[in-house]
Design a protein around this ligand. Structure first.
Ligand SMILES: Nc1nc2c(ncn2[C@@H]2O[C@H](COP(=O)(O)OP(=O)(O)O)[C@@H](O)[C@H]2O)c(=O)[nH]1
Ligand SMILES: [Mg+2]
Length: 367
């Protein structure tokens, strides 16, 4: 039996996990069995915790990106394939990762085409960041992180402009035209998971096409490594206990406290996301840039105990990030809640060192 693999890349905060969730539901609605694969530099991933709340099997590759841990990706694929008896696997690589065509798609085509049909490499792009990058800007990112963003777009078989509900239709048309000029060989799709716009059209494409990895980008690994290394990376799980608390207000105050600190330092936010789980209810909080990107979804019931999972990727040293997160948790708790870290990982991503890197496009076999 062959399984279809849909890889959804794109920069931190582009909307990948949100798309994975919605796509999994829609594919299940089409009668397909779906497995999901998440990826991060460290365990305790909000994405995994969130996706695991659905009815789908989820495997996490952590400790390194897919490209640098190709065996880990293969292991996760076979695990979730077996557990879910999956027709379709959807995998989300780390948002600061690029060169996936050379390091993942080509080796998979070379060795596993009998078992795995690979959908065209989809790369999601937040429309606000994309517009600035196409203008030659850095979208508020470090220049080397903006380089990663550009390389992700350059290698894509399909560029998916996300969050189209944030744009007026004339703005979206203009963005598509500019993107088509910049990437003449890529297919361009637009989606909003919020409104459902464009989702089925993209889904039809990635469930029928199998010409993945049509091009390989030239990537300067020194710049790529710098773009990742400038980010402090924190994954933590924290138990919150104390006086009865409205967790939605707590989460909002925590994120806005963090955002104020980062913005006042001029520190560029790749992505800060959190999940608060209280009993059976949970909420998700996100920052994908400055304070105006703060969003809270879902509802965690008021109570005196909750579990907080927090992931932050912000341009500063891991030590500085750790200090700020600790301080803001304490100030948000106002002496009424005791925050006890259960797991705490703080790091700066190491130099990418892919298991494989192909310098040529492997032909797709007829299936
Ligand atoms: N307005 C809007 N926001 C979205 C949409 N899709 C995702 N988001 C938000 O974008 C942020 C980042 O989403 P996430 O899926 O975690 O991004 P990832 O880092 O690429 O996996 C979250 O605040 C989401 O709620 C969309 O279609 N419209
Ligand atoms: Mg994600």
């Amino acid at each position: 039996m062959t399984t279809r693999l849909i890889l959804v890349g794109g920069f931190l905060g582009a909307g990948k996990t949100t798309l994975l969730w919605e796509t999994a539901q829609r594919l299940a609605g089409r009668g397909l069995r779906v497995g999901l694969i998440t990826n991060d530099q460290a365990p305790e991933l909000v994405d995994t915790a969130f996706l695991s709340r659905g009815d789908f099997k989820v495997a996490e590759v952590d400790g390194s990106c897919f490209c640098c841990n190709f065996q880990g990706l293969l292991g996760a694929m076979s695990k979730v394939r077996a557990e879910a008896d999956a027709d379709v696997l959807i995998a989300e690589p780390v948002g600061s990762c690029t060169d996936l065509s050379a390091t993942i798609v080509q080796p998979l085509k070379d060795h596993f085409q009998q078992e795995i049909v690979i959908a065209p490499l989809s790369v999601m792009a937040d429309p606000v960041r994309l517009a600035d990058i196409l203008d030659g800007g850095t979208a508020g990112l470090h220049p080397s992180a903006a380089y990663i963003f550009r390389k992700q777009i350059e290698e894509a078989d399909i560029v998916v402009i996300s969050k189209t509900d944030l744009l007026a239709s004339a703005e979206l048309d203009m963005l598509k035209t500019r993107l088509a000029q910049a990437c003449p060989d890529a297919a361009i799709f637009t989606v909003s998971v919020k409104t459902g716009e464009g989702l089925d059209a993209w889904l039809d494409e990635v469930t029928t096409r199998s010409d993945a990895g049509q091009r390989i980008a030239e990537v300067d690994y020194d710049v790529y490594a710098e773009g990742e290394a400038v980010l402090g990376w924190l994954n933590a799980t924290i138990t919150l206990r104390g006086e009865p608390t409205e967790w939605n207000l707590f989460a909002e105050s925590l994120l806005s406290g963090l955002s104020q600190r980062f913005d006042s330092m001029g520190a560029s936010v790749g992505h800060v996301k959190l999940m608060v789980e209280a009993g059976d209810s949970f909420l998700m909080g996100n920052l994908t840039g400055k304070g105006d990107t703060l969003s809270i979804r879902g509802l965690a019931v008021t109570g005196s105990e909750a579990r907080l999972t927090l992931n932050a990727r912000v341009q500063m040293s891991p030590e500085a990030l750790e200090t700020i997160v600790r301080e803001v948790i304490v100030s948000t708790s106002q002496g009424r809640i005791t925050a006890t870290p259960v797991v705490w990982h703080c790091l700066s991503p190491g130099r990418p060192n892919p298991t494989h890197r192909y310098d040529h496009v492997v032909a797709t076999k007829e299936v």
